[in-house]
Structures are given as C-alpha cells and as structure tokens.
Design a protein. Structure first.
Length: 321
C-alpha cells in the first residue's frame, strides 16, 4: 500500500493489524467452508483444551500468552456456544477447571481435517515467498522478549538527543551553573556540607589550580550537567570523580554517561592509574551509571561527607575509552 511506503516502518503495528484482519476474515470463511460454527479468536483456548484436556483459566493464559481476563471472556463464549464447561472435577480438587464438552470434542475432530488443509495452504505461501514469515515471527518474538519495542525506541531517542549535547571544559562563566546544579540535587536528597561549599564556591582554586578538571554539558547551548575530576593526595588514588550533577529537567539524554566518559578519558590523558568516588546507595541511577563506567565498590575509607555510604574505584588501562 502507498500509505506504508510513505509512513515507513513506524506503521509496523498498523500493517500487522491489517494483515491480521485479512487473515481473520478468511479464517471465518474457512470455518464456514468446513461447516464448523466457530469464531477464529477462540482457537488458541480451544486448541489447548482439545490437546491437553481440562485446565484452569490461569494455566490456559500462561500457555497461550494472553491475559486472564481475555481468556476468561473467551471461555465464557465457548460455554455459551456449548463447546466448553467449567467447574469440572479434578484429582487435586482444584476448582474452576475448564474442559471441552462432548460437542466441543466433536468439533475438535472435525477441525483436524480443516487444520491440515490450512497448514498445507500456508506452506504453499511460504514456498512462494522469498522470506519465511512464520520463522521470522518466531525470531521477532524472541528479540522483542529480550528487549521490547518501547525500550528500543527509548534508546534511539536518547541516542539522538545525546548527539545534541556538547561536553566542554569549564570556564569561569559556568561557575554559577556548576554550583546551582550540584546544590539542586544535594538539597533534594541530603543537605549541603562544608566540603561541598569548598568545591562549589571556589572551583578554580579547589579543583583546577590543583591539577583537576571540570567538564560542562551543554544542551542547546545551556549548561545542564557538570562533573569534576579532583586531584587527590592519596597513596591509592590519583583523582576523584566528584560533583556530577545533571538538571532533572533534561535527564534521559545520556548526559551523565557523556560526562563520565569525558572524566575517565581526562584521567587517562593525565596518566592516572585509579579513580575514586563517593556516593550514596539511594542514588540508584547514579550508582548504575558508575557501574556502567566500570567502577566497583571498595571497602570503606574515611570521608568528609556524612551522606556517603558507598565508595567505588575504577582501575584505568589507558586504552582509548
């Protein structure tokens, strides 16, 4: 159809629904062809009952991948049509067992001939087509189980938006943003401490003049994220990753990841062997980001921050990040 040439792959759902409607319409006529009074949407539930015998609605739903309300509705329609019955006796005394009636069993026998013809017809389409749709559907189902379409779209959105983010080195004009962005997240979860003010009020003397770095993330030329690499006087660590903050209004654009990459690369360029950081486990997105960057938890060390309850390190291999 010309519409789908114009919309492209974003109309996948609509195209599949149209194909489903086409096949479902033909399926209803196929049942008429074999003189079987049956509604196509009943088939998955009916098939399970015909092949496996009595089952609960929960078991049927699990078997066919439908919701329990959906299965319950179809079961009631099968009961109304005289093809199924419920509250059957079972060895383990489970209640509300659904099974085919005698009429349902007879219909099942008639449908076996019909199903063989339908199967052969579909095989003929497969043999004529360049791609095997049946196998492709199975592969797509597997891939969507691994990662949903929504998740994939979210990733593409984040990737596209992250390309509009610039990571630049700190300049004095960014001091207000450096302090405000950090004050915002610290005050949301904790309270500002003396060590915070030392770094945020005097980044030039406290961080840069001592050999550290500060990076700023710009989105549409506005500073929306910051992060610092602070030189440490420590026998175990060369630098500390600190003062990472991203505006809550602009999150979801990979800004933290881009800042983290810039910090790690800067540490490598400065010849660092290990980077240290301090955080709090209630900041789950931040902890996940640090782990993604390669940081691992270390045993507790002394810290000037009351809010710190986790400390992490990253060993650098000096390969391109």
């Amino acid at each position: 159809m010309d519409l789908f040439k114009r919309t492209g792959k974003m109309a996948l759902g609509s195209r599949l629904r149209l194909m489903t409607a086409r096949i479902t319409d033909d399926a209803a006529k196929v049942y008429e062809l074999y003189n079987v009074a049956f509604v196509p949407k009943w088939f998955p539930v009916f098939f399970v009952l015909a092949e496996d015998g009595g089952k609960t609605i929960t078991e049927i739903a699990g078997e066919i991948g439908h919701s329990q309300p959906s299965v319950s509705k179809i079961v009631q329609e099968l009961i109304t049509a005289g093809l199924a019955q419920e509250n059957m006796e079972s060895p383990d005394k489970r209640r509300n067992i659904v099974a085919l009636t005698e009429k349902g069993v007879e219909i099942s026998a008639l449908m076996k001939i019909q199903c063989a013809d339908v199967d052969a017809a579909i095989e003929s389409i497969i043999s004529e087509a360049r791609q095997n749709l049946w196998e492709a559907i199975e592969e797509w189902e597997f891939l969507l189980d691994q990662k949903s379409l929504l998740r994939r779209v979210q990733e593409q959105k984040k990737l596209r938006e992250s390309k509009a983010v610039q990571i630049v080195t700190y300049e004095e004009k960014y001091q207000t943003a450096f302090k405000a962005l950090n004050e915002q997240w610290i005050s949301t979860y904790f309270k500002m401490e003396e060590a915070d003010y030392k770094a945020l009020d005097n980044p030039q003397t406290y961080i840069l003049d001592k050999g550290g770095k500060i990076f700023v993330a710009l989105y549409e030329n506005e500073p929306v994220g910051v992060c610092a690499l602070i030189k440490m006087d420590d026998p175990d660590y060369d630098f500390e990753l600190a003062k990472m903050a991203v505006s809550p209004k602009i999150q979801g654009k990979n800004i933290g990841w881009l800042l983290g990459q810039a910090i790690v690369q800067a540490a490598k360029d400065l010849g660092a062997a290990k980077i240290y950081l301090e955080s709090n486990t209630i900041l789950k997105p931040a902890i996940n980001l640090y782990q993604k960057l390669g940081f691992v938890k270390v045993v507790s060390r002394s810290t000037p921050y009351a809010r710190c309850n986790i400390q992490m390190e990253l060993k650098l291999n000096h390969e391109p990040f």
